[in-house]
Design a protein around this ligand. Structure first.
Ligand SMILES: CC(C)(COP(=O)(O)OP(=O)(O)OC[C@H]1O[C@@H](n2cnc3c(N)ncnc32)[C@H](O)[C@@H]1OP(=O)(O)O)[C@@H](O)C(=O)NCCC(=O)NCCS
Length: 247
């Protein structure tokens, strides 16, 4: 399945040290059966607990794609690969029970998924399919900071929806890089000024970790909003492609 013509994932972005795959999450019962067979017993039990078919499909197709790609990168058999979970649920890979030297993050929304692999330690990826007609200002007032809210209320029509999801993806990628989930309120930090002004990438500092620079990048495209965040290491430089490369 992996490496052949019948995969449901494909390379979406690639730079030195980072690879992001796009996962096709359109309904396809044959693929879902194939994917389900790749999952271990715990994952299959989790798959059964999803009430919504769409959530089941997102989980099975993304987790199986993650497994098969991790096996290829780590040179291990699927049966030897398992996942551990940090305090707020961020998964990490284990081979024969020992943590593996690989960093990844996953995001799925609607019929699209992304799986990223990188050398950076704290790494988060987010994808949001844009849904029109929501109360963007109302939701924004609970999750965005003052400058972000001002920018959102000044935008109108489709630009408002676009900005809402752009900001959401960027902030979610940062939260996912830390792995804190809802325990860190997204209203407690704001995206850097250049990003708010339309730049694709910028260096970011969390207010509670001012000494740690993160690279934050908008990866949005017409099909969905998406963003990438990772902690920069000493010697990282920021190339024109955006992703930090080791210097
Ligand atoms: C749980 C959380 C990851 C949200 O996920 P989500 O947006 O529903 O889903 P995504 O599709 O982007 O990501 C889910 C994947 O991230 C990974 N993940 C799970 N917990 C995670 C965590 N704490 N940190 C990073 N990644 C995590 C998993 O691989 C998961 O996929 P899986 O369930 O198929 O294994 C978490 O970031 C959260 O609760 N965030 C706060 C939400 C929020 O306030 N957003 C406002 C932004 S302005």
């Amino acid at each position: 399945m992996n490496g052949g013509g019948d995969t449901w994932w494909s390379t979406w972005r690639e730079t030195e040290g980072s690879l992001i795959l796009h996962v096709d999450l359109r309904p396809d019962p044959d693929r879902e059966q194939q994917a389900l067979a790749v999952l271990d017993r715990d994952e299959q039990a989790r798959w059964k607990r999803f009430l919504a078919k769409g959530a089941q499909r997102q989980y099975a197709l993304c987790r199986a794609a993650l497994r098969l790609n991790l096996c290829e990168r780590l040179g291990c058999a699927n049966q030897t690969l398992s996942f551990g979970y940090r305090e707020h649920g961020k998964p990490f890979a284990k081979v024969n029970g020992a943590p593996a030297d690989v960093r990844f993050n996953v995001s799925h929304s609607g019929q699209h998924g992304l799986i990223g692999f990188t050398r950076q330690d704290e790494f988060g990826l987010d994808l949001e399919v844009r849904t029109p007609g929501r109360d963007f200002d109302g939701i924004g007032s609970t999750v965005y900071g003052p400058r972000e809210r001002r920018a959102l209320s000044a935008a109108t029509g489709s630009a408002k929806a676009h900005l809402f999801y752009r900001l959401w993806g960027l902030k979610e990628a940062l939260i996912k890089a830390l792995g804190t989930g809802f325990s860190l309120s997204p209203a407690r930090f704001e995206v850097p000024e250049p990003i708010l002004d339309g730049a694709r990438g910028a260096v970011f500092h969390f207010p509670h970790r001012p000494a740690d620079p993160f690279w934050l990048e908008d990866l949005g495209e017409p099909r969905f909003a998406a963003a990438y965040a990772c902690r920069m290491k000493a010697g990282d430089s920021v190339p024109r492609t955006g992703h930090p490369l080791r210097g």
